[in-house]
Structures are given as structure tokens and as C-alpha cells.
Design a protein around this ligand. Structure first.
Ligand code: PMP
Length: 346
């Protein structure tokens, strides 16, 4: 559905005159003496502010992801885009958002920071999502629906038809977080942003691209949403070192494909070995670089592994995940060390 932007965007953001930086005002290429930004003329190249709109980097993202540059927002991790959804669209203490439960913890934390009611809709027993239940949880003040696919921590992908049904029927923003999408077969929903102006698809270099340290997240959306994000973001939100490294990484898609293949080849072996352990109750199917496993005693096994220098994620206090650990697929030798340690548990 095409939102009525003026009613969807917070009134103060709609009327905001954004900060205009020196690098926003001069965008030509002819000048070679820059006395406009109070920079130090020494210590090149780090003395200069980076491009606030990361135009060069966006060309690389566009080529790799197949999304036009005008539909790309880049941020300090995809966490920045998550926070911007709240700051652009949600009126503190008035509006609410709806999200699948369980899911990535930052949605609820950002909601709390921005004083927004967070409505949790439990997934089914097999962790699938029902679009009717998501839509039923909405009120007139629901500004966004958060869907993570493949979902963290459950690992399963959410049915595309159910997501698109929400896009068609909901008049607010539908956020689809594809942080783990590179591990999944099938097309990214970023290819559907033209048909669905309320769809915001998140992606990141932190997972399959092996670059969590550099902090580069992406949001793909219609030009209106991108312009609201640009209005509210910090002027120089992606630093030059990150932009340079991200461009280098985006030229290494063959390496990334190889890493994905190696991780996906390891994944069934680790899952199979874990499923045969006496301490394993159930291994859940996954489309990500991790899987969820129900254990006999998740807390004790988590502590036991920590004592052996192996850290997994204890999700046992998360809704629908009682006694569950979330295990990331590592290298072959890391995975073997995990299995060997678990075999010695009794
Ligand atoms: N979305 C999901 C589902 C995640 O699991 C994570 C990181 N754990 C993020 C977003 C944040 O990623 P980034 O490093 O790009 O901020």
C-alpha cells in the first residue's frame, strides 16, 4: 500500500529543516582549495570530511545488490536504519509498532529508547508467521511492522507471500530485515520495493560479507523513505575508512560466495552431529549461518561450553525458545571443537 506520507511521518520530522553540511552545499568537482569546512589542511587524507551521502559507495552497492542508488540508504550498521524507523515515523508515547516474537532484540530496545509501545505477535510452533495475526495486532497508531527473515534467533525464513500480504494491506512501514538473506536461496525482497512503497528491506555487511567490524548497514526503500532517513541521520554517519573498506569488500564477491558455500556445507554436518547428542532435544531448521537447538539443560551446557572457551548464545529466556541455544556455524575446526566438547558433556 502507498502510505499517506504526511500522516505517517512524525510532524516535527515532516517540517524539519535538516542540517546542511559544508559537503552538502558544495558538491562540484572543479574546486581544489577547500576552506569551507574548518578542516585542518594537514594530515591528508583523513583531514577531510567524507561524502555525507556516500555516492561512490552507493554505486558499488547498487551494482552488487541490483538496487538503484536513489533507493539506497547506508548507515552505521543496519542498527542505524532500525533506529531511524522509530525516529522518523513514531511519535513518542503515542504510536506503536508490531513485531514477530521471538526476533532480533534491537527492535524492542529501539522502541523502548524512543518511548514507543512494542506489540509482540508470537510465531506459530514451527516459527512461521501468520499475516492475519500481524494485521490484527495493529491499531490506527501502528506505524511499522518488523519482520526478520531469515529470523534471528529461530533461523527460518518467513513466507514471502505472507510478507507481501502485509505490504498490500498495511498502510504503515513494513520492515523486512534480511541481515541473513545472503545465506538464503531465492530473491531478496529488495526487488519488490517498486511495487511496495511501504517496504523497507534491511541488509548488512556484518554477516556473509565478513565485515562486522567496519559497521556498514543498508536499507532499500522508495525514494521518499530514503529522503526521510537522510533528513534525520547524522551528517557524516558513515566514516571514510568504512566507505573505503566497504568498496574493497564489494569487489570481493567471489570470496564472499566461497565463504557462504563453506558455511552452508558445514551447517548440515554440525546440525546432524548436534542432533545425535544425548543432551539435544531438537534441532530447528535454518536458512541462516546459525541454528537454534533445544537442549536438555541450556543454562548448564552454555556455562560448560564457556568454561571450555566456546561461546554460543543462550536464548533459553527468549519467548518460545525455552532451553534453546543459538549456535553460529564457524570454521571446520571450530565446529569440530564444539562437537567434541558437547560429546563430553554428561
Ligand atoms: N538485524 C539482525 C537480524 C541481526 O541479527 C543483526 C546483528 N546481530 C543486525 C540486524 C544488526 O546488524 P549490523 O551489524 O548491520 O548493525
Amino acid at each position: 500500500m502507498t502510505p499517506d506520507w504526511q500522516t505517517l511521518v512524525r510532524p516535527n520530522i515532516w517540517h524539519l529543516a535538516p542540517y546542511s553540511s559544508a559537503r552538502d552545499e558544495y558538491t562540484g568537482t572543479d574546486a581544489n582549495i577547500f576552506l569551507d569546512a574548518n578542516e585542518n589542511p594537514y594530515n591528508r587524507p583523513n583531514n577531510r570530511y567524507p561524502d555525507p551521502l556516500q555516492r561512490e559507495l552507493k554505486k558499488h552497492v547498487s551494482r552488487v545488490k541490483g538496487v538503484p542508488v536513489q533507493n539506497i540508504f547506508l548507515g552505521n550498521g543496519s542498527d542505524e536504519a532500525i533506529d531511524l524507523i522509530f525516529r522518523v515515523f513514531c511519535r513518542p508515547s503515542k504510536d506503536n509498532v508490531v513485531a514477530i516474537e521471538p526476533t532480533y532484540g534491537m527492535y524492542s530496545v529501539c522502541a523502548a529508547i524512543n518511548d514507543i509501545e512494542y506489540r509482540r505477535v508470537p510465531l506459530e510452533a514451527d516459527f512461521s508467521m501468520r499475516s492475519d495475526q500481524m494485521l490484527n495486532a495493529c491499531s490506527k497508531d501502528t506505524k511499522a511492522i518488523f519482520i526478520c527473515s531469515p529470523n534471528n534467533p529461530t533461523g527460518n525464513a518467513i513466507d514471502r507471500k505472507e510478507i507481501l500480504n502485509i505490504c498490500e494491506k498495511f498502510s504503515g512501514i513494513v520492515v523486512v530485515d534480511e541481515a541473513y538473506g545472503d545465506f538464503q536461496r531465492g530473491e531478496s525482497l529488495s526487488k519488490s520495493i517498486d511495487e511496495h512503497p511501504n517496504l523497507v528491506v534491511l541488509s548488512t555487511l556484518s554477516k556473509a560479507w565478513g565485515s562486522a567490524a567496519i559497521r556498514l548497514g543498508m536499507a532499500f526503500a522508495c525514494e521518499e523513505v530514503i529522503s526521510f532517513f537522510n533528513k534525520v541521520k547524522y551528517p557524516y554517519n558513515v566514516n571514510q575508512l568504512t566507505q573505503d573498506e566497504a568498496m574493497a569488500m564489494l569487489g570481493r564477491s567471489e570470496d564472499v560466495d566461497k565463504w557462504i558455500r563453506m558455511i552452508l556445507a558445514e551447517r548440515p554436518k554440525v546440525m546432524q552431529a548436534v542432533s545425535l547428542l544425548p543432551c539435544c532435544v531438537k534441532v530447528y531448521p535454518t536458512e541462516a549461518n546459525f541454528f537454534l537447538v533445544k537442549m536438555t539443560d541450556a543454562d548448564a551446557i552454555y556455562q560448560y561450553l564457556c568454561n571450555r572457551g566456546i561461546v554460543v548464545r543462550n536464548r533459553s529466556r527468549v519467548a518460545l525458545c525455552g532451553n534453546c541455544l543459538r549456535i553460529t556455524i564457524g570454521t571446520h575446526s571450530e565446529n569440530s571443537a564444539l562437537i567434541a566438547a558437547l560429546r563430553q558433556w554428561n
